[in-house]
Design a protein around this ligand. Structure first.
Ligand code: ADP
Ligand code: MG
Length: 324
C-alpha cells in the first residue's frame, strides 16, 4: 500500500513544476488577488505560494492534505462534469505531502487565529498560530524519500525556466491580479494588476506590448474569446508565444486553435511564422471536460471546430478594426 500510494502521488506531482501549478491553481480557486511564488533549488528544495485568498477554516484544515478531500465539488453525481474551479480532485496537497514535506499556514479573514499544518507522508499535525489572512503553502525536500524519482529530475536551471514560463502564462491569463515570482531569493517576474497588454509587457517586455491589439468577441452561444494578438512584425517561427486558456486554466492548445489564429491573420502573416497571442476562452462548463489528464492542461472541448471557427473570426475582426 505504501508503494502504490507513492506511485499515485507521483502521477499528480512528478516534478516541481507540478507543485507550482497545483498551488497556484488553489490560490486562484481561493479568489486570491495577490499571489507570490517562491522557488529554491529548482523547486526541489522549496516551492512556496503565498496568497491573500479565502483561507481554510480551522474546522476543516486537517482535511486539506487528505486524499480526495476537496471543498470544491457538490456531492451530487455528475458534478465533475460542471466544475468551475481549477481544482476538484483533492489530490494535490495530499500528493505534495507524500512526495515531500508540506507546510501550510492559513487564516480566513473573519477568523481570529490562524492554523498551521505539517504533513509528511501520512503524518499530519495541526496547530494554532497567528498569520495574516490568506494561505501560504510550502513544499520542501521534494522526492527526498523517492530517490528514483529524484534521479530523473531536470537540472534546476531547466526546471526554473519552465516554472518561469508557467507563471508567465498565469500572469498572461490572469492579468488583473498581483503576481511575483522569486527564484533563489531574486525577483524573476513581477506584475501589478493591468489588462492583457500590461501582462504582455510584464512577461515579454514593453516593446512586445506596444504591438498588440485587443480581441474581444462574445457569441450568444455563450462562447467568449478575449485577449490580445500581436501585429505581424512580432512574429517568430516558433509557436511558443501562443497562449490559450479555457475558463481560466492555461491549456496545451490543440493545434486547431493555433491554426485558427494564424488563419485569422490570413495574408497579413507571412507563411511559416506564428504570432504572439493570449486568448482566454470562456466555455460553458458542460461544453468542455477538464478531466482528461491529471495536470488538467489538456481539456476536451465538445465542439473544437466550432470554437476554432469562432477564434478565427475574432482574430480577423480585431485585425479588420485596427488596420495595420
Ligand atoms: P482540490 O484543489 O482538488 O480541491 P487540493 O489537494 O489542491 O485539492 O486542495 C485540497 C483543499 O484544500 C481544497 O479543496 C481547498 O479547500 C483547500 N485549499 C488548498 N489550497 C488552498 C488555498 N490556497 N486557499 C484556500 N483553500 C485551499
Ligand atoms: Mg487543488
Amino acid at each position: 500500500p505504501h508503494i502504490s500510494r507513492l506511485i499515485a502521488a507521483g502521477e499528480v506531482v512528478s516534478r516541481p513544476l507540478d507543485v507550482v501549478r497545483e498551488l497556484v491553481e488553489n490560490a486562484l480557486d481561493a479568489g486570491a488577488t495577490r499571489l507570490e511564488v517562491e522557488v529554491e533549488g529548482g523547486g526541489l528544495a522549496l516551492v512556496r505560494v503565498r496568497d491573500n485568498g479565502a483561507g481554510i477554516p480551522a474546522d476543516s484544515v486537517a482535511l486539506a492534505p487528505v486524499r480526495h478531500a476537496t471543498s470544491k465539488l457538490e456531492p451530487e453525481a455528475a458534478a465533475v462534469e460542471r466544475v468551475s474551479t481549477l481544482g476538484f480532485r483533492g489530490e494535490a496537497l495530499w500528493a505534495a505531502a507524500q512526495a515531500g514535506e508540506l507546510h501550510l499556514v492559513t487564516r480566513p479573514a473573519a477568523q481570529v487565529g490562524a492554523s498551521e499544518v505539517h504533513a509528511s507522508g501520512e503524518a499530519v499535525t495541526v496547530r494554532r498560530t497567528s498569520a495574516p489572512a490568506g494561505t501560504t503553502v510550502t513544499v520542501r525536500h521534494l522526492f527526498a524519500r523517492l530517490p528514483a524519482r529524484l534521479r530523473t529530475q531536470a537540472l534546476p536551471a531547466v526546471e526554473v525556466r519552465e516554472i518561469t514560463a508557467l507563471v508567465g502564462r498565469y500572469v498572461l491569463h490572469h492579468p488583473g491580479l498581483h503576481w511575483r515570482l522569486t527564484v533563489d531569493g531574486e525577483a524573476r517576474l513581477t506584475h501589478a494588476p493591468a489588462d492583457h497588454r500590461g501582462a504582455v509587457a510584464s512577461v515579454y517586455g514593453p516593446l512586445s506590448a506596444n504591438r498588440v491589439l485587443r480581441v474581444e468577441a462574445q457569441t450568444t452561444g455563450g462562447l467568449g474569446v478575449r485577449g490580445v494578438v500581436s501585429r505581424p512584425e512580432l512574429t517568430r517561427a516558433r509557436r511558443d508565444r501562443m497562449h490559450f486558456s479555457v475558463n481560466g486554466r492555461p491549456i496545451l492548445a490543440p493545434l486547431e486553435l493555433e491554426k485558427a489564429v494564424i488563419e485569422g491573420f490570413a495574408e497579413l502573416l507571412p507563411s511559416g511564422v506564428a504570432p504572439l497571442c493570449v486568448l482566454d476562452l470562456a466555455v460553458a462548463p458542460e461544453d468542455h471536460n477538464p478531466n482528461v489528464h491529471p495536470a488538467k492542461q489538456v481539456v476536451a472541448l465538445a465542439d473544437l471546430p466550432g470554437v476554432a471557427a469562432r477564434v478565427r473570426a475574432a482574430v480577423a475582426e480585431a485585425l479588420a478594426q485596427h488596420p495595420l
